[in-house]
Design a protein around this ligand. Structure first.
Ligand SMILES: [Zn+2]
Length: 187
């Protein structure tokens, strides 16, 4: 099922998500729906708050051409940040039409649960590490905009205002705080 994506400045995007206590059927279904929603958009990552689900869970598919790069992260922790800092352009399905270069570490180590509830530890570098850090931030209510220097952010003000006012509408189903009533929280 394709889920509507919450658009900036939806207040749910600013909340800190709750840990997933148990991998229930509902969590399984949420992960599957999020993968479908991410691929439909299309995007390379999607975090639970973006579909108004209160859970520390995100999905990624760093290569949109290759479904085997899909991965589900539950209760993730970034346990190490290594390597050089890299500047790379990011966008967000919740902030359509806005792109900006964000500085982040090149290499990370992540501890997380998979859909079977097994704890995994893995090292990621380059683009996948970038996507994971972006999605991980969402679980704490942090958007890539928050990681921009003030001046850069000020330059984006008009674009952000257009999103805020609902003037920019993505090609995928969405929920906008000013355009429709807020739906109920899932999970
Ligand atoms: Zn995002």
């Amino acid at each position: 099922m394709i889920l509507p994506i919450a658009l900036y400045p939806h207040p749910f995007l600013r909340r800190r998500m709750q840990p997933v206590e148990k991998i229930t059927d509902e969590i399984q279904a949420l992960a599957e729906n999020m993968i479908e929603t991410m691929r439909n958009a299309p995007g390379v990552g999607l975090a639970a708050p973006q579909v108004l689900a209160d859970a520390r869970l995100f999905v990624i598919q760093p290569d949109t051409e290759d479904p085997s790069t899909t991965q589900v992260f539950i209760n993730p922790e970034i346990i190490a940040r290594e390597g050089k800092m890299e500047l790379y352009e990011e966008g967000c399905l919740s902030i359509p039409g806005v792109l900006a270069k964000v500085r982040r570490p090149w290499v990370i180590r992540v501890r997380f649960q998979d859909l079977k509830g097994q704890w995994q530890e893995a090292r990621f570098e380059g683009f996948p590490a970038r996507v994971i850090q972006h999605e991980f931030d969402h679980l704490d209510g942090v958007l890539f905009l928050d990681r921009l220097p003030q001046l850069r952010r000020r330059l984006l003000r008009k674009d952000l205002q257009a999103v805020e006012e609902g003037k920019i509408r993505p090609g995928y189903p969405f929920v906008h705080p000013r355009l429709r009533p807020q739906p109920q929280t899932i999970g």
